[in-house]
Design a protein around this ligand. Structure first.
Ligand code: ADP
Ligand code: MG
Length: 621
């Protein structure tokens, strides 16, 4: 064939393929246009999963009669003129491709009236064309309508059989559309969105401006109840949480200074108990634009490190705000990906903000069903804290030393100043100070807290304590090591031996002084001190076996697994009878932990039953 320039309609159809993949893409583009037009209300209606019809109606600024046809030209946009404008972009659209693309693959009707004009316009494309012919007709007429814009898109891909074939069932396409609308509703809580599917109202947001309202609509109340706010409303000095968490230091506000300008992170993080089997529940927005980023999602997952069971993923809703100049949104036609000028700064800001939200708010799991109305530990003031602490000391008797985490003194200034102007300290986020009552089944420690009863899983709790102990010692380069009187020979399976060969440095770094000794044997000269009570040979074989089974995970996760395996091995087992002193010591150390409520594998270490709930159960109320 000779070389020819494609007919415009054919070129448009080909280009449209990049932007319009399925009905949800139409919805996305039209909603973005409505938002860019300043609409406070966006109504979406679909039939048959959007294939038969998509209608998007807004109360935005409308399109001037003289510009209605122009809007459908490729590269026609009112949002940008020069390349420099990309640096200051505040609109969702800028490529001027959406309307041209939609019109190339569907029948489109536009009804619009500009706020500045008396009469509106109705414009209709009759696209009879197949891929080869390009017969298009245009009908336009003046029409009396309220200011705003409505697009009706019908028979999507009727002229592109190849695309049509790939569309899924109506229910699946509806699901995609629902997801799109939910995202915009979350990003723009001050605007009202609704979705009607085949005549039935499927989603509606109130436009109240409260993100929490939309979260409840989007995720359901049950899930929304388990979401913790990130960033906002955080008092600058939050030392009451005070279990020595360096993550919190200097990150009291979620806004961080960075070379590319400040990075603000807000949103919601699911409690660790709200985990999912895949990472699709991590939703990311930057400057109110939804985007995908596996590395950033990973940094969110990392913030839950050791809090979630293995193979489970968190639920999170992350809003990042930064200078548009520090961001490139022009990476892909659908704008689903972005590039950060300083991605490291963004990643660490997000991770810190999530971690902080978790440390501050995560409640201890209750015995009771959700909805019982207990809000967790009831210590809300310094007075409560001090009163409880002295009562506890009295109960414990004078023989016991101060707990590891003594209550800090009340803020300076005295009672006279302690008016409403001084923010009350947040309730303790870790574990309250507990009085050990006894042991149950040689598995659980029963303890009394300021506001109810606590059951501690002795094995899980001890794992957590040892884990943090080892991390702390390792960070300070003073890991406690136990030299073996006689070097120990480990005869391993080829698989275990191969894994160990890969990890010699890692093992040595964590106190296992190990060197090759023949083909699949190793010589061990020292072990981490935490293992010294154990049979070192058994412990080492088990640990090497663990390494063999975690070869294909990321480096940091691999290291974490090694440490977790050591701690699991070293921790007191269920079934071991403990003395009161041992239990008190363990509870004291748990109180002082950074993440006291879960073991390193993500299982809870503690469950709690409030005084109110006990009274209710006994019919005392
Ligand atoms: P882009 O959004 O990238 O500018 P589009 O093809 O989506 O490109 O839209 C082209 C132009 O049509 C927009 O720049 C805008 O001026 C106008 N437009 C589209 N939809 C609307 C709307 N709902 N309300 C007002 N103007 C609109
Ligand atoms: Mg657009």
């Amino acid at each position: 064939m000779p070389i020819r320039i494609l007919q415009p309609q054919v070129a448009n159809q080909i280009a449209a393929g990049e932007v319009i993949e399925r009905p949800a893409s139409v919805v996305k583009e039209l909603i973005e246009n409505s938002l860019d037009a300043g609409a406070t209300e966006v109504r979406v209606e679909i039939r048959e999963g959007g294939r038969r019809l998509v209608r998007v109606q807004d109360n935005g600024c409308g399109i001037a009669a003289a510009e209605t046809e122009l809007a459908f030209q490729r590269h026609a946009t009112s949002k940008l003129q020069t390349l420099d404008d990309l640096q200051r972009l505040t609109t969702l659209g800028f490529r001027g491709e959406a309307l041209a693309s939609i019109a190339a693959v569907a029948q489109v009707t536009l009804v619009t009236r500009s706020r500045d004009e008396e009469v509106g316009t109705r414009l209709r494309f009759y696209t009879q064309c197949t891929f080869l012919s390009e017969a298009r007709e245009l009908a336009r007429e003046p029409i009396g309508v309220p200011a705003g814009t409505t697009f009706v898109v019908e028979h999507l891909f009727a002229n592109v059989p190849a695309r049509l074939k790939f569309l899924k069932q109506a229910a699946t396409e509806t699901g995609h559309i629902q997801q799109i609308i939910t995202r915009y509703a979350l990003a723009f809580p001050e605007r009202r969105f609704s979705l009607v599917c085949d005549g039935r109202l499927a989603f509606q947001s109130s436009g109240s401006g409260q993100l929490r309202d939309v979260v409840a609509k989007a995720y359901g109340l049950d899930m929304a109840r388990q979401m913790l706010p990130i960033g906002d409303g955080v008092p600058a000095d939050d030392s009451s949480v005070g279990n020595g968490d360096e993550d919190d230091a200097g990150a009291a506000s979620a806004t961080e200074p960075a070379p590319g300008g400040p990075i603000a992170v807000s949103g919601y993080a699911g409690t660790p108990s709200l985990h999912r089997s895949n990472r699709s529940y991590i939703t990311l927005f930057v400057n109110r634009r939804w985007f995908q980023d596996t590395t950033l999602a990973y940094s969110v997952i990392q913030a839950y490190h050791t809090l979630l069971p293995a193979g489970r993923y968190p639920v999170a809703l992350i809003f990042i705000e930064l200078d548009p100049a520090a961001l490139d949104v022009n990476v892909h036609p659908t704008k689903a990906e972005v590039r950060f000028q300083d991605s490291r700064a963004v990643f660490s800001a997000v991770q810190r903000a999530v971690r902080q939200a978790l440390n501050r708010h995560a409640p201890i799991p209750h015995f009771t069903q959700a909805g019982a109305g207990d809000a967790g530990p009831a210590i809300t003031t310094w007075q409560d804290m001090l009163a409880w602490s002295s009562r506890r000391e009295a109960l414990l008797g004078a023989g016991r030393s101060q707990p590891g985490r003594p209550p800090e003194p009340p803020p300076p200034g005295g009672d006279a100043l302690a008016g409403p102007a001084m923010a009350p300290p947040a309730p303790p986020a870790g574990v309250p100070i507990l009085r050990v009552v006894g042991q149950m089944g040689a598995i659980y420690i029963v303890a009394e807290g300021p506001d109810g009863m606590y059951l501690v899983d002795q094995h899980a709790a001890h794992e957590r304590i040892l884990y943090e102990q080892m991390l702390g010692q390792h960070a300070g380069q003073k890991l406690a090591i136990q030299p073996l009187l006689e070097p120990l020979v480990l005869d391993l399976s080829p698989e275990q031996a191969a894994a160990v060969a890969e990890d010699l440095d890692l093992l040595n770094a964590w106190g296992i002084a190990i060197e090759p000794f023949g083909s699949s044997s190793y010589l061990v000269r020292s072990i981490p001190a935490v293992l010294s009570r154990d049979d070192p040979h058994k412990a080492l074989v088990e640990i090497c076996d663990g390494l063999a089974q975690s070869v294909d995970v990321a480096e940091s996760a691999h290291e974490a697994r090694l440490v977790t395996a050591i701690c699991k091995r070293a921790a007191i087992k269920g079934g071991q009878v403990l003395s009161l002193t041992e239990m008190q010591e363990m509870v004291r150390q748990l109180e002082a932990s950074r993440s006291p409520r879960t073991c390193p594998h993500g299982r809870p270490t503690i469950i709690y039953m409030s005084t109110a709930e006990l009274a209710r159960q006994f019919g005392r109320t």
